[in-house]
Design a protein. Structure first.
Length: 202
């Protein structure tokens, strides 16, 4: 009887998990349709329904990730960081954790340089970064915590660009050279080499 009860509970757990996956897919569809506020609500509902389920850890991390991107679309950058840091702190072994780590660094980079955000920064100050050291720190965390990440070339490129903007050309060249040496087939390799060629004259 005990074996039967255990088997039934185990089976019901799978059924419940399948049902909550519908919630995740619904939230993802809302995101794709541009309904970001409601997407956040549904991703959080998915997390609430599965927070005690160890088998859903990767999916919970994904839910936090997409909730973070939903906040990004809503230009709530502080909330974006909050959601992504839930992954890097509590789900650091999740499949999507290195991407969350990179996105944190990328958003810090954008906030600090205001690159691509000039249009909205006149009325949006939800995340203000005054110290470039914070940006380098967040981007460096990717290599420190996920040394095999496929996003390292992107992180190196952002660091190289930031050093270039700050006219620290030696450090800029160092990171661009890392891309050329370690990731010769990366889409970032050619622009990195272009920077290196330009830096010969700096």
């Amino acid at each position: 009887m005990k074996k039967f009860t255990f088997a039934l509970i185990f089976l019901l757990g799978f059924v419940f998990a399948d049902e909550t996956l519908d919630v995740f897919q619904f939230a993802l569809n809302l995101y794709k349709d541009g309904n970001y506020d409601l997407a956040v609500t549904e991703f959080k509902r998915f997390v609430y329904l599965n927070k005690e389920n160890d088998r859903m850890k990767n999916k919970i991390a994904e839910a936090y990730y997409w909730a973070g991107l939903s906040y990004y679309k809503l230009e709530k950058y502080d909330k974006t960081i909050e959601e992504l840091e839930k992954i890097t702190k509590d789900y650091k072994d999740a499949e999507i954790a290195d991407r969350a780590q990179f996105e944190i660094g990328r958003i810090y980079y954008l906030a600090y340089t205001k690159s691509n955000l000039d249009r909205i920064y006149a009325y949006n100050d939800s995340l203000t970064i005054f110290n470039s050291g914070e940006v380098y720190g967040k981007l460096s965390d990717l290599e420190k915590n996920y040394p095999n990440s496929k996003l390292l070339d992107d992180a190196y490129f952002l660091m190289g660009e930031l050093y270039y903007k700050e006219r620290n050309y030696a450090k800029a060249k160092e990171f661009f050279q890392k891309i050329v040496d370690k990731f010769p087939d990366s889409p970032k390799a050619k622009p990195a080499q272009n920077y290196i060629n330009e830096l010969i004259f700096k």
